[in-house]
Design a protein around this ligand. Structure first.
Ligand code: ATP
Length: 287
């Protein structure tokens, strides 16, 4: 095999709680991760010219060691002494810096594709062990589906599939720094935490309505005051038939959960008309 391709799915957080700040400065989280059918596409081709060459459709993205795809490819090439060259084409559709783990899923998919292309025979567990060296979300992006993520994001428990539904994604142009969000997060005895355990119970019982009622993201307490448009988008989705609406990750992406495709499509048009230049998209969960 000289060439292979792979789809890298985005994720949303159905729930995101921060438990505490550890002594080493990292935050301990408890998150429900869910893959969605919104994909970047990676095409990997062996080449006789040594080295890694990355190209992408987004001119502002780095194509050197600053790109997580390049980093993940280099990690495996160095470890396994791969002397062939590698051409990687990255076609991005997942919005960048959006809270949908775009870079992490690209890195995870690059490792999965290289495992196949170079016949490395690494199990998913072994790929995850290597992936976590580059980013805490990469092991989840290798696992995909519905999962509980704990620790700093590296402790994963697969969950049953979340109930079927339609997902409206709306990402305003707002720029949000994840570092700003975590460094301004207040954790004390007054903090109201989302109830992740109840959400897990709803997933196990396939109860979409109760799941939506319990969705919560603690990072909204920092991001929304700084970017009130996120609250407007959430309310717009709820007023237009969403069973629940939440910010994903540290933002600015907002998603709404619908039990009806037509309602989701109609809400998409309303969100598109808001003055925040939103990328809007209706999709569903990726199993
Ligand atoms: P998360 O949800 O994990 O916080 P995100 O969706 O907010 O991630 P990314 O899309 O991964 O953020 O991009 C964050 C930064 O990482 C960007 O500023 C970008 O320059 C850099 N980056 C490196 N590699 C990639 C990649 N393959 N795709 C997108 N961004 C990348």
């Amino acid at each position: 095999m000289d060439s292979t391709w792979i789809n890298a799915p985005a994720k949303i957080n159905l729930g995101l709680d921060v438990i505490r700040k550890r002594e080493d400065g990292y935050h301990e989280v408890k998150m429900i991760m869910q893959s969605i059918r919104l994909f970047d596409r990676l095409t990997l081709t062996k080449s006789k010219t040594p080295g890694i060459r990355l190209t992408t459709n987004l001119s502002f993205l780095p194509v050197n060691e600053d790109n997580l795809v390049y980093k993940s490819a280099k990690l495996l090439m160095d470890e396994f002494g791969i002397t062939d060259g590698l051409d990687i084409r990255l076609d991005k559709r997942i919005p960048v810096a959006a809270g949908m783990a775009g870079g992490s899923t690209d890195a995870a998919s690059c490792m999965l594709a290289m495992n196949r292309l170079f016949d490395l025979r690494l199990s998913a567990k072994k790929l995850m062990k290597r992936g976590v060296q580059l980013g805490a979300d990469i092991p989840y992006c290798i696992m995909k589906g519905t999962a509980l993520s704990e620790g700093i994001g590296e402790l994963l428990t697969p969950l049953p599939n979340a109930p079927d539904c339609y997902v409206l994604i709306a990402k305003p142009v707002s720029h949000i720094s994840t570092k700003f969000v975590y460094s301004n997060l207040k954790l004390d005895e007054h903090t109201v935490h989302p109830d992740i355990d109840t959400m897990i119970d709803c997933i196990r019982k396939n109860d979409l309505r109760r799941l939506c009622e319990n969705m919560g993201n603690l990072l909204e307490t920092v991001t929304i005051p700084a970017h009130p448009e996120i609250e407007v988008i959430k309310q717009t989705m709820l007023e237009n038939g969403a069973l629940g609406s939440l910010m994903s990750g540290s933002g600015p992406t907002v998603f709404g959960i619908f039990d009806d495709a037509d309602k989701a499509k109609a809400a998409k048009e309303v969100c598109r008309a808001l003055p925040y230049r939103c990328f809007v998209f209706v999709t569903d969960f990726y199993r």
